[in-house]
Design a protein around this ligand. Structure first.
Ligand SMILES: [Fe+2]
Length: 210
């Protein structure tokens, strides 16, 4: 009844983000961790289908939680990969409309970067920092998401995300999440973030507000 989710290919080679994120991390992160969320989301869908057909009784609360976690993981990673660009092609400043909006909402690019970094470094346990577009106010927001889905806000359109689960950095940075976050700015693909903003500006308001 439902389509199944699929693991998207990385838009660059596994070693493309070196020296900031090493090949071993990228390979495991994509083929094992991200893939496990795809498999988990599909398994939850299958349970829901069996329940709908009367073939199996499921614990609806548990399967909904399972779906939220795994689908959240799939979506966040699907945005995370193209949010980064190979070494030499990423980093710097966004420029254009995105930087204008960042400056308008956060005061300056530097102030935004500082708050986003703090959000990423202080996630309790595992999670993400997110730059999102709020279609209600047509402004940008910074969110701190726990796991892949907790504290995520309905309607907020994710534009830029950073994974701060230990699997995203531990093999290279050990427990030094701060250095990982600071280095990650060198591979941010601002062109991708800008493209997401443009789509959000054009479409998202009509999705939520009549
Ligand atoms: Fe991850």
């Amino acid at each position: 009844m439902f389509k199944r989710y699929e693991l998207p290919p990385l838009p660059y080679a596994y070693n493309a983000l070196e020296p900031y994120i090493i090949e071993e991390i990228m390979k495991l992160h994509h083929t094992k961790h991200h893939n496990s969320y795809v498999v988990g989301a599909n398994a939850a869908l299958e349970k829901i289908e069996k329940h709908l057909k009367g073939e199996a009784q499921v614990d609806v609360r548990a399967v909904m939680r399972d779906f939220s976690f795994n689908y959240g993981g799939h979506i966040m990673h699907t945005i995370f990969w193209p949010n980064m660009a190979p070494h030499g092609k990423g980093g710097g400043r966004p420029g254009g409309r995105l930087e204008d909006l960042i400056a308008k909402n956060f005061g300056s690019f530097e102030a935004f970067k500082s708050l986003f970094s703090q959000a990423a470094k202080t996630v309790e346990g595992v999670g993400w920092a997110v730059l999102g577009y709020d279609p209600l106010t047509e402004e940008l927001r910074i969110l701190q998401v726990e796991k892949h889905n907790l504290l995520m806000t309905a309607g907020m359109v994710p534009l830029l995300v950073i994974d701060v689960w230990e699997h995203a950095y531990y093999l290279q940075y050990k427990n030094d999440r701060g250095s990982y976050v600071d280095n990650w700015w060198n591979v941010v693909n601002w062109g991708d973030v800008e493209a997401r903003l443009e789509k959000a500006l054009n479409a998202s308001r009509s999705l939520i507000i009549l």
